[in-house]
Design a protein around this ligand. Structure first.
Ligand code: PLP
Length: 481
């Protein structure tokens, strides 16, 4: 790794990316390539001889970029955002530049200590109860994804419970959620060896805005206990993936407590909004939970992958996940004065993720981050206002954050046609244009188009353009329907 060559090539890549961002609106938002396109372009085997960075970057431009769906485009409104920033990019560069493997304190004390510090900073910023912070006996850790965070917490409480009831009773453990909970819970349950039939996705309804009902939860628990099963884990969501519904944490945690259930609060997307005082009430009741996570890599100006997980009882995680082979033993680990994050996650190897969060927090400050979120929420409100100007459209669910769920109203679709199908065609038509990218959800049988404002470069003019685009495509479809 020659420093001068690194400087030369590094500058070229930064220039390349700066040009990419300059031109980003020229690219179709959703990639327009066909499956297998890249195999047709690339050679069948790796090159025998070294190639120049100039040639490689030319191929990135010509062969890779066409196959990129441009999540950083200001016209990207799909799924949930992946908001990038210069600060986070530079943090990533530092992380990759140092390329440390911070699994134990000794393998890079700064990596461990900075992670614990930023997790406490973030925890205070979002007003988590002290019991989630290191100073209150809990603590935070950076995982790659919510899926990993949920899996680790499920395994932690599974081990806790099995140590009491006996390993042979694993088939009796039950996990609760709503039918709106992200599929990562289902995956975690499977990986954790819990009987998939013992996952209870409790049905939600439109009348309760697709929130998990405490009453329905209790009925399910009582019925399971009567059947000789053992309640283990409840996953509540603040900001569901389909419609950003918010489960009533306080009431759910109270019930869970009565049955000794571990409560995890998944705020993968909406957690970012809760850093603003006006949205913090959505987390009311989190003090009754055992763990809480949000994805900084969604709507917090931090690049992938970065899920912030806090637990009240780190010992539960450590007991379930720690391994201590001879080759990893060291004085500091044995002194029990340090955090060894290898015991808080699945993998041994781990990146110095805290650097990018630290750079984001310092570069924006609390006020800058709040303004960023508020800007998007205002733009989402603006989009709702535009929808209201055209009676052919309707907003389907109340908007909590910066996601608008809308559709062409059944009133304007011919009676013999299926309204869900119409909206599906409309969305495909909009996305095929490459001018914007939105995705869909089906909630309570209703197909909705989701417009999630959250890309860092999005401005009001992009929202106006998105609405015009939807109108134009609806005009064409309504003529042929
Ligand atoms: N939970 C919720 C509510 C989500 O919306 C998502 C993704 O959008 C996830 C979990 C999954 O997050 P990850 O991809 O980090 O595992």
């Amino acid at each position: 790794l020659d420093p001068e060559e690194f400087r030369r090539q590094g500058h070229m890549v930064v220039d390349f990316l700066a040009d990419y961002y300059h031109n980003i609106e020229k690219y179709p938002v959703r990639s327009q390539v066909k499956p297998g396109y890249l195999r047709e372009l690339l050679p069948e085997s790796a090159p025998l001889k070294p190639e120049s960075i100039e040639k490689i970057l030319q191929d990135v431009q010509e062969e890779i970029i066409p196959g990129i769906t441009n999540w950083q485009s200001p016209n990207f409104f799909a799924y949930f955002p992946s908001s990038g920033s210069i600060a986070s990019f530079l943090g990533e560069m530092l992380c990759t530049g140092f390329n440390t493997v911070g699994f134990s304190w000794i393998t890079s004390p700064a990596a461990t200590e900075l992670e614990s510090i930023v997790m406490d900073w973030l925890g205070k910023m979002i007003q988590l109860p002290k019991s989630f912070l290191f100073s209150g006996g809990g603590g935070g850790v950076l995982h790659g994804s919510t899926c990993e965070a949920i899996l680790c917490t499920v395994v932690a409480v599974r081990e806790q419970k099995l140590s009491v009831i006996g390993r042979e009773n694993i088939g009796k453990l039950v996990v609760y959620c709503s039918d709106q909970t992200h599929s990562s819970l289902q995956k975690s349950v499977t990986i954790a060896g819990i009987n998939p039939k013992n996952l209870r996705p409790i049905v939600t309804t439109k009348s309760s805005n697709f929130q998990l009902s405490p009453h329905s939860l209790e009925l399910a628990i009582v019925s399971d206990v009567k059947a000789g099963l053992i309640p283990l884990y409840l996953c509540c969501t603040v900001g569901t993936t389909s419609s950003t519904a918010v489960d009533p944490l306080g009431a759910l945690c109270e019930i869970a407590e009565q049955y000794g259930i571990w409560v995890h609060v998944d705020a993968a997307y909406a957690g970012a909004a809760c850093f603003c005082p006006e949205f913090r009430h959505f987390l009311d009741g989190v003090e009754g939970a055992n763990s809480f996570s949000f994805n900084a890599h969604k709507w917090f100006l931090t690049s992938l992958e970065c899920c912030c997980l806090w637990v009240k009882d780190p010992a539960a995680l450590i007991k379930a996940l720690s391994t201590n082979p001879e080759y990893l033993r060291n004085y500091f680990a044995e002194s029990e004065q340090v955090v060894d994050y290898k015991d808080w996650q699945m993998a041994l190897s781990r990146r110095f993720r805290a650097l990018k969060i630290w750079l984001v927090l310092r570069s924006y400050g609390v006020t800058g981050l709040r303004d960023f979120i508020r800007g998007h929420v205002k733009m989402a409100k603006h989009f709702e206002g535009l929808i209201a100007t055209d009676k052919r459209f309707e907003v389907v669910f109340p908007r909590n954050f910066a996601l608008v769920c809308f559709r062409v109203s059944p009133l304007v679709i011919p009676r013999d046609k299926d309204v869900n199908e119409f909206n599906r065609h409309l969305l495909e038509s909009v996305n095929a244009s490459g001018d914007a990218f939105m995705t869909h959800a089906v909630v309570g049988g209703v197909y909705v188009i989701r417009l999630a404002v959250g890309a860092t470069l999005t401005e009001y003019r992009h929202i106006d353009k998105a609405f015009r685009l939807v109108q134009e495509h609806a005009n064409v479809l309504l003529c042929v329907y």
